[in-house]
Design a protein around this ligand. Structure first.
Ligand code: ADP
Ligand code: ASP
Ligand code: MG
Length: 412
């Protein structure tokens, strides 16, 4: 069982989580629980690091930001004990949860389970702080924002759990963010591949890495709500959304499974780049060297004097470093102007159905065009089409596409 930040926000919520865990124990289950920090806490801790120094040491940043989960794991163990359930916390370094040393975005390696399994077999609920691990040097690491989902899947894989239930503040995965489109529909099942794609293009209900790991390790993952009463159906009846292999999807599929948006990209345009072999390489080499992930790329048609404009997107957080790297390479690239825009949003439609059906992209472009929404860049994969638009048009675009692909729920 994994509980996210809003589910752990305050002692009342933690007591309610304890009651939910107790129900599962009383139903005869052995339970390991992975917890997030209280909602807002990790942001607060990150803020302290930035305030202390703009050039903070990532190793010390991890010591600070991992603390939020240490607090909630101890509190949940206390709340469980108070409810008459045997429980103890296991910090990342105590199990340990081994990770690499890429501080602030570490990857989990192996998790030692002997002591954990012995304690669980003896009837003790294990409470494990998400988001944290320990490097080979014995230093605390964190897994990147939203990383408790990945901790939960990794623990589930390591102890060969029957299922990994991710409890959050919505009751499953929806066709799009239900906070933006009230008529979004809950999906009973979604494939690993689609969930991976949806998460990577902005559906933050699960961290992308957690889905990749679940797919690789064959972990059965369910997303469900922790905001339900004592009479809520048990998790075993699968009230939430199951992430499953493609073979497990039986019904005739919708063409599109879901729509996601992402406002965390910035657009960069280089004007008057020479239209010759190697020109594009000269742009992207310095970005790769600076470890910056470029996402959407378009190269415009050449102007008649042998030059062209190149537009692409990078994570907003990497914009300043990108501009610096490009300016430093100005001689080698030979561009005219360097223009950027952070007021953009990427809208993506995802579905395995588009492998076998034509017209998905065309519907997208027509629908947006009819609403006067201008498309600034496009990218596609086998099961996804993404467009870049003005940020102010995000909600409108998601809503009209949701309707256009027939995803709206019946009006209540
Ligand atoms: P937690 O703190 O439990 O990890 P998150 O805030 O990380 O919760 O993720 C849950 C949120 O994800 C929901 O409140 C919802 O607004 C958002 N979300 C985005 N896309 C979707 C989607 N397709 N289905 C469900 N929730 C989504
Ligand atoms: N507390 C961490 C974060 O906010 C990890 C998590 O909640 O998944 O990113
Ligand atoms: Mg989350």
């Amino acid at each position: 069982m994994k509980f996210g930040g809003t589910s752990m926000a305050g002692i009342e919520r933690i007591r309610s989580v304890a009651a939910r865990v107790k129900r599962e124990v009383e139903a005869g289950n052995e339970v390991a629980v992975v917890v997030s920090a209280m909602a807002g806490e990790t942001d607060r801790l990150v803020g302290f690091c930035r305030e202390a120094s703009s050039l903070y040491d990532p190793k010390e940043y991890d010591v600070v930001v991992a603390a939020g989960e240490q607090i909630t794991s101890g509190l949940l163990a206390i709340a469980l004990q108070a409810a008459g359930v045997k429980a103890r916390s296991w910090l990342g370094w105590q199990l340990p949860i081994h990770s690499d040393d890429a501080h602030a975005k570490a990857r989990i390696g192996t998790i030692e389970t002997d002591a954990l399994l012995a304690s669980m077999a003896a009837g003790e609920v294990a409470v494990i702080p998400g988001f944290q691990g320990v490097s080979d040097e014995g230093r605390v690491t964190t897994l990147g924002r939203g990383g408790s989902d990945t901790s939960a899947v990794a623990v589930a894989a390591a102890i060969k759990a029957d299922r990994c239930d991710i409890y959050t503040d919505v009751d499953g995965v929806y066709t799009t963010d239900p906070r933006i489109v009230p008529r979004a529909r809950k999906l009973a099942k979604v494939t690993y591949e689609e969930m991976l794609e949806l998460a990577s293009v902005g559906a933050k209900v699960l961290q992308t890495r957690s889905v990749g790991l679940a797919m690789k390790e064959n972990v059965r993952v369910q997303v469900l709500s922790s905001f339900t009463g004592e009479d809520a159906p048990m998790a075993d009846t699968l009230p939430g959304t199951m992430i499953v292999a493609e073979e497990e999807i039986d019904v005739e599929r919708q063409l599109i499974t879901g729509i996601a948006h992402d406002k965390n990209e910035a657009k960069i345009t280089l004007t008057s780049v020479p239209d010759k072999p190697g020109a594009v390489a000269a742009i992207f080499e310095p970005l790769a060297a600076a470890n910056i992930n470029v996402d959407m790329i378009i190269q415009n048609i050449a102007h008649n004097h042998g030059s062209t404009d190149v537009t692409f997107t990078v994570p907003s957080a990497d914009l300043a470093r990108s501009l610096e790297a490009l300016n430093q390479a100005r001689e080698a690239i030979g561009f005219g102007e360097l223009v950027h825009d952070t007021r953009v949003a990427k809208i993506s439609v995802v579905g395995v159905g588009m492998r076998s059906h034509a017209g998905v992209a065309s519907t997208m472009f027509t629908t947006l065009g009819a609403r006067g929404i201008n498309i600034q860049a496009i990218s596609t994969s086998e099961i996804k089409v993404s467009v870049l638009i003005h940020e102010d048009e995000t909600e409108l675009a998601v809503r009209v596409l949701h309707t256009a692909y027939g995803l709206d729920a019946e009006a209540a």
